[in-house]
Write a protein that binds this ligand. Structure first.
Ligand code: ADP
Length: 388
């Protein structure tokens, strides 16, 4: 059982599968704790890969690169849920891997994930496996239209979702995903939830089962992409607590070790339904870098190293995060950040992505304050002062 960050006189090296912004912010937390970081990613100069000499840009599909990455790492973790479980199992034969391959198997397929949660007694929208277009029609007939068709794997920022408005859309949705020539995917169907708000809770759980719950936050999506995170959610304390209980139950249902983001819907009759669990640092927890005593990234490192966890409480009464989404194709570097930096009570995070695309997550802004409204106002102004 590992309770030290050091192996003899050397700092531990945390190996991260993936080199995007989540790996980058995890690495930043690891560096602050005196650790080293190894990155494996498909391509050189990824946001996290560019920060370390221990970078394997050939990616995990290269057996040689994977071998060197395993050799270089003391503990392995990941920043996305799309890595083949067989690869994680191969790594786990040689190094501790958290979240474990078993947790990843339960989390990476939305159908298995929802089934696991339903079996654990967690409230979920009605859902079904869809293997044929006839099963799609049957779902619509039983649970009404609209419903949501989702790819079971590789969905993110709404890319694997389609709202099926009426029966003559079923075939279109089914074909779009299952006959995609680049990447055909299996699908599932889910009842359409007319939610009042979308909620999220970050949960840290270490290898001894110790747990830290972050506040219940409200996420606001635009075009299926998260734009705002308001901490705490502007809902009754009773509902916030209920959301935290569901999030904890969800992480325990997948025997999670590390940091997890749990997304939920708050319905019009104040029911809270589980939407999905992300077995990794989550966009809805970026506010914790400035907003909480211990960020989600630091608690992730602490959890996978089996160290005591830090408090996830808010430092002030409110924190708001605004995602900076790509506004044009082209360079990922803004024209100038000078105007934005004239807003002294706003924190800027730019991920260092080489290319920008419409809607791509390029960075985020955080403001802590006395109220959500006050922090939000400052962020609206600051974003207007950023020139892309
Ligand atoms: P992703 O993996 O792409 O994040 P999600 O399943 O979380 O996919 O869906 C993305 C967004 O689509 C959600 O944040 C929500 O706004 C909407 N959505 C997902 N499932 C449903 C549902 N059953 N009913 C209504 N809206 C949904």
């Amino acid at each position: 059982m590992l309770l030290s960050l050091y192996n003899a006189d050397e700092p531990l090296t945390i190996g991260i599968l993936g080199g995007g912004q989540l790996a980058k912010m995890t690495a930043q937390a690891a560096y602050r704790m005196g650790l080293r970081v190894a990155i494996i990613e498909h391509g050189a100069n990824s946001p996290a890969g560019a920060m370390t000499k221990i970078d394997f840009p050939e990616g995990w599909n290269s057996p040689e690169a994977l071998e060197q990455f395993i050799e270089a790492s003391d503990i392995v973790t990941l920043e996305n849920e799309f890595i083949d479980v067989a690869i994680l199992e191969r790594i786990a034969e040689r190094r501790p891997v958290f979240p474990t391959p078993e947790t990843m198997r339960l989390a990476q397929d939305k159908l298995i994930q929802k089934t696991t949660m339903a079996n654990a007694g967690i409230p979920v929208p009605r859902f079904a496996r869809i293997d044929t277009v006839e099963q799609g029609y049957e779902f619509g007939a039983t649970h009404n239209y609209p419903f949501v068709m989702k790819t079971r794997t590789h969905g993110y920022d709404g890319y694997g979702n389609m709202t099926v408005k009426r029966d003559n859309n079923v075939l279109v949705a089914f074909k779009k995903f299952t006959s995609d020539p680049d990447a055909p995917r299996e699908v599932m169907a889910e009842e359409f939830i007319t939610f009042r708000k979308e909620l999220a809770v970050i949960v840290a759980r270490n290898r001894r089962g110790e747990v830290v719950l972050y506040p219940c936050v409200e996420t606001v999506q635009e075009n299926h992409i998260c734009r705002w995170v308001l901490a705490p959610a502007l809902i009754e304390a009773r509902l916030q607590k209920k959301a935290q209980e569901i999030a904890l139950a969800a992480v325990e249902a997948v025997k999670g070790v590390g940091i997890f983001g749990v997304e939920m819907f708050l319905t019009e009759n104040d029911e809270i339904l589980f939407n999905e669990i992300a077995p990794r640092p989550h966009n809805s927890g970026h506010y914790s870098i400035e907003g909480c005593y211990t960020s989600q990234f630091e608690n992730h490192i602490r959890a996978v190293c089996n160290l005591p966890l830090g408090s996830g409480e808010l430092i002030t009464s409110a924190t708001v995060m605004l995602n900076l989404l790509g506004v044009r194709p082209g360079s990922g570097v803004p024209d100038t950040i000078v105007g934005l930096l004239q807003n002294p009570r706003v924190s800027l995070h730019l991920y260092g992505k080489k290319d920008s695309r419409m809607g791509r997550k390029m960075g985020h802004l955080t403001a802590i304050g006395n109220s959500v409204e006050d922090a939000q106002e400052r962020l609206i102004k600051a974003e207007q002062d950023l020139v892309w």
